[in-house]
Design a protein around this ligand. Structure first.
Ligand code: ZN
Length: 373
C-alpha cells in the first residue's frame, strides 16, 4: 500500500519591509504641542516637526504619579516598563531594566548621547544608568564611565567627574583605564575615534542664547563618528532646557530652546533623508508649565503664553517619526511602548504582514504562529 503523505507545511508570504539600520531618538524635555506651536507663532516660522509624515500621541504618566518627572518619563521612553518618579533605569521593584541604547549596542550598533544638560541628568542617565534616585550624580558618572555600551557622550556635567566628593579622578581613570578620549569643547574632535566624551561645561550647558549651536553641532559631530559603524548606530538627543525655561515661565528662553532643538531635529532629518536607512523618532518625556496659548482679554486676537504651573503636567505629548518603520509610531501609545516599536522598526521582531496557505492544502484550523523564514 502506498503511504499517503499530506503536506501540512504552510507557506508564509512575508512582505519584506525596509528596516532601520540607524536610529536617532530625540527628546524635547517638557515639549508638548503648546511649546511647539507657541514657538511657531512667536517666530512666524515652521519648525522641523512639521516635516514628519507619521505622528502619534504618548501618555506620559508614570507608575507612581499621573504627573511624571524626567527620571520616570525618560526611563519609560528608554525601557519597557513604567517606573516610579525619581528612578533611573530601574522598575518599581528597583530591578535594572535594559534600555533601547543597550539593546541596540548588543546588536552591534555604536551608540551616542547629545544633550544640553549634565551628562548624568535624568533623561540622558535613563539610557545608560541604573540608580534608584536621580540625584545620585556621582554614581551615575561612574556608571557612564564604565559603560561598555556607550561610545559618544556630548553634554555638560563635568563637575561630577573632576570635582567629586569622593575625590576620585574619574576623568583620569576614563582616559587611562577605560579607553575614553575626553574633550571640553566640540572644536578639534577626532571624529574617527569611537569612544569619547565632550564635557563642555562644569554644570548644565548655558542657555540657548549663550551656547550657540552646541546642540545641532553636537549632533553633526556624533553622526560623523557613529555613521562609521557598518552595523549602524543609536543616537539619543535631548533638547534639555525647554523644560528649564518652562519651569521658569520664561517664554523668550522657551522659544530659543525649542528653535534650537528644532535645528538639531533638522540635522537628524537631513541625515536620514540622505541616508535612507535611518529612523528618526522625536517625542517628549512630559509637558512642563501647563502652557496655554490664550488671549488674556478673550478677544481671540492676541496670543499670549500662559503658564498655569511652574511644574510638570500630565498633558500627553506628540511623537513624530520619519524613516524605515516610521508608520509604527502612530495612534495613542504609552511611553513604555516606544522601545519595542523602535526594535521592531530595526527588524528585531520580524513582522509577518500577510500569511497565506499553499493552494493545494486545505485551510488549517487552529493556532499557528510560526515565524517567517
Ligand atoms: Zn522638569
Amino acid at each position: 500500500m502506498i503511504p499517503l503523505f499530506f503536506s501540512c507545511e504552510k507557506k508564509e508570504k512575508v512582505v519584506e519591509e525596509p528596516k532601520a539600520k540607524n536610529v536617532i531618538y530625540m527628546i524635547g524635555d517638557g515639549m508638548a504641542l503648546p511649546q511647539v506651536f507657541g514657538t511657531m507663532l512667536a517666530t512666524g516660522e515652521e519648525l522641523a516637526f512639521c516635516q514628519f509624515p507619521y505622528i502619534g500621541v504618548v501618555d506620559t504618566r508614570s507608575a507612581s504619579n499621573d504627573i511624571t518627572d524626567s527620571a520616570a518619563g525618560g526611563t519609560a521612553l528608554a525601557c519597557d516598563k513604567k517606573t516610579k518618579n525619581g528612578m533611573v533605569g530601574m522598575d518599581v521593584d528597583t530591578l535594572a531594566m535594559e534600555t533601547i541604547l543597550e539593546a541596540l549596542a548588543d546588536q552591534g550598533k555604536s551608540t551616542g548621547i547629545v544633550v544640553t544638560c549634565y551628562s548624568g541628568h535624568a533623561t540622558p542617565a535613563d539610557f545608560y544608568a541604573k540608580v534608584p534616585k536621580r540625584s545620585l550624580y556621582e554614581d551615575i558618572a561612574i556608571q557612564m564611565a564604565e559603560s561598555d555600551k556607550l561610545n559618544v557622550m556630548i553634554a555638560g556635567g563635568r563637575k561630577h567627574f573632576d570635582q567629586r566628593k569622593d575625590s576620585l579622578d574619574l576623568l583620569g581613570r576614563m582616559e587611562n583605564e577605560l579607553g575614553w578620549k575626553i574633550y571640553d569643547t566640540l572644536a578639534h574632535i577626532d571624529t574617527t575615534c569611537m569612544k569619547y566624551a565632550v564635557l563642555a561645561d562644569k554644570g548644565h550647558m548655558p542657555k540657548a542664547s549663550e551656547r550657540g549651536d552646541f546642540l545641532p553641532e553636537g549632533v553633526k559631530t556624533a553622526l560623523k563618528t557613529l555613521s562609521q559603524d557598518e552595523d549602524g548606530f543609536f543616537l539619543m538627543v535631548e533638547g534639555s532646557q525647554i523644560d528649564f525655561a518652562c519651569h521658569a515661565a520664561d517664554s523668550v528662553w522657551m522659544v530659543d530652546e525649542t528653535v534650537d532643538f528644532s535645528k538639531a531635529v533638522q540635522v537628524a532629518l537631513d541625515f536620514a533623508k540622505a541616508d535612507g536607512n535611518t529612523l528618526v523618532v522625536v517625542t517628549a518625556d512630559h509637558e512642563t508649565g501647563g502652557l496655554t496659548l490664550i488671549d488674556p482679554q478673550g478677544h481671540y486676537s492676541n496670543v499670549a503664553f500662559n503658564y498655569s504651573t511652574r511644574s510638570h503636567t500630565c498633558l500627553p505629548v506628540m511623537i513624530y517619526a520619519y524613516g524605515p518603520g516610521a508608520e509604527l509610531f502612530t495612534g495613542w501609545m504609552q511611553n513604555n511602548e516606544v522601545k519595542a516599536r523602535i526594535l521592531k522598526a530595526c527588524g528585531f521582531e520580524p513582522q509577518v504582514v500577510s500569511t497565506e496557505m499553499d493552494q493545494e492544502i486545505a485551510p488549517v484550523v487552529g493556532n499557528f504562529d510560526s515565524k517567517p523564514d
